[in-house]
Design a protein around this ligand. Structure first.
Ligand code: AMP
Ligand code: GLY
Length: 422
């Protein structure tokens, strides 16, 4: 089978490595891939948002199955366009990807179907938003409606900060049209849990839970990033909680999307906060999380391509999806300065012995040398019997990898470890 994976980050690298395990796969194309994915797939220089070029490539190369991994092409209708040409895909159509593409849509969906989430108001008029903020409870959370590279959420600790956030989104348009509508919502507290789930619209199978580390600095300090590391499973996500989430959140979401005529097929990501009043949805994503995928897929014992095809064919109920009971830890190595200014183009040295543990996010190939080419450069994943040994092993791998200006957090997994010991 000829497979095409749209995207080119660490998540896509993890997906590609897992798909490669399937013996029927003859070739994998990554659009655009990156310098290191090139060792596992044929990289094609087509951007993940260039839908006409992606479709033309898939048709010309007789692709048997396509996986669309990032949010942008999903929201832009990449799956719809490929399906029109008869190419089976993993990923939701645009009318379902809106669950991530519009926060106003997802909040209204949860309200309509009684799915627990932070209380909220939606504004399309800046003056009304500002006057609401005169009396709104503080801290509060301001969210731009559309996709904003994961940066469209501002936790405002003061009234002034909240007003500045609204102005930056609605007046200065720092997130472009995404700021035409904003959601202002209740500030929730509690541990966060990420749960990815396979769903074909009839059946929903949650994957092993995970914990992201979003802040740039140790002890959760500094700016929000795309994610500096992950562990799986997440110790806060007990069996009781899993049962409750399935009943109160996961299945109601699948059913709500069906009721809206927007059947979701693909990987549905639930960003949850475990509050004193139970689990609540912080966000939905219409895709595999990054860097959650880098700890979740290495624990998948079933064949990924088979599961993905079952989602496409709506036969998930008859398909085994089995996860190992082990633990995984992924440490992201970034360029110093990320998530703001950073330099790139430094030679990376990855020893052969850890090559299969590394999921590269930002790299280019020049004269046969792998160069850093992004803020988040790579993720190193270790799988082990215990969380403690997974963390230690991941860091021992990290120490063997080098590039100038490398930066990583030293405490990935420590909060999870502490929670486990409680
Ligand atoms: P998101 O980009 O939606 O994942 O949001 C980024 C981060 O902001 C989340 O991981 C949470 O830590 C935080 N966040 C989002 N919404 C809320 C909320 N209502 N209350 C508290 N924290 C939130
Ligand atoms: N790690 C969070 C995300 O993929 O959006």
């Amino acid at each position: 089978m000829k497979i095409m994976v749209v995207g080119g980050g660490g998540r896509e690298h993890a997906i590609i490595k897992k798909i490669k395990e399937n013996k029927t796969v003859s070739e994998i194309f990554a659009l655009p891939g990156n310098g290191d994915i090139a060792a596992d797939a044929t990289c094609v220089n087509i951007g993940a948002k260039d839908i006409p070029a992606i479709v033309a490539f898939a048709v010309a190369n007789k692709i048997d199955y396509a996986v669309v991994a990032p949010d942008d092409p999903l929201v832009l209708g990449c799956v719809d366009a490929l399906e029109e040409k008869g190419i089976p895909c993993f990923g939701p159509r645009a009318n379902a990807a809106v669950i991530e593409g519009s926060k106003v849509f997802s909040k209204n969906l949860m309200k309509k179907y009684g799915i627990p989430t932070a209380t909220y108001e939606v504004f399309d008029d800046m003056e009304k938003a500002l006057s609401y903020l005169e009396t709104a409870p503080i801290p509060t959370v301001i969210k731009a409606d559309g996709l904003a590279l994961g940066k469209g959420v501002i936790i405002a600790m003061t009234r002034d900060e909240a007003k500045d956030a609204v102005k930056s989104m609605m007046e200065d348009k720092v997130f472009g049209a995404s700021g035409d509508h904003v959601v202002i919502e209740e500030f929730l507290t509690g541990p966060e849990v990420s749960v990815l789930a396979f769903t074909d619209g009839k059946t929903l199978v949650p994957m092993v839970s995970s914990m992201d580390h979003k802040r740039a600095g140790d002890n959760d300090t500094g700016l929000n990033t795309g994610g500096m590391g992950t562990v799986a499973p997440n110790p806060y996500y007990t069996e009781d909680l899993a049962e409750r989430c399935m009943k109160e959140i996961f299945l109601p979401t699948m059913n709500a999307m069906n009721a809206e005529g927007r059947t979701f097929k693909g990987c549905l990501y639930f960003g949850l906060m475990i509050t004193e009043n139970g689990p609540k949805v912080i966000e939905y994503n219409c895709r595999f999380g990054d860097p959650e995928t880098q700890v979740v897929l290495p624990l998948l014992e079933s064949d990924l391509l088979t599961v993905m095809q079952a989602v496409t064919n709506e036969t998930l109920a008859q398909t085994q999806v089995k996860f190992s009971k082990k633990n995984a830890c992924c440490v992201i190595m970034a360029s110093k300065g990320y998530p703001t200014a950073y330099e790139k183009g430094f030679v990376m040295t990855i020893p052969e012995t850890v090559q299969d543990k590394v999921f590269v996010a930002g790299a280019s190939l020049k004269d046969g040398k792998l160069l850093t080419n992004g803020g988040r450069v790579l993720g190193v994943t270790a799988v082990s019997e215990t969380l403690e040994t997974a963390i230690d092993t991941a860091y021992s791998y990290v120490k063997t990898i080098s590039f100038d200006n490398a930066y990583y957090r030293n405490d990935i997994g420590q909060r999870a470890l502490a929670a486990k010991k409680q």
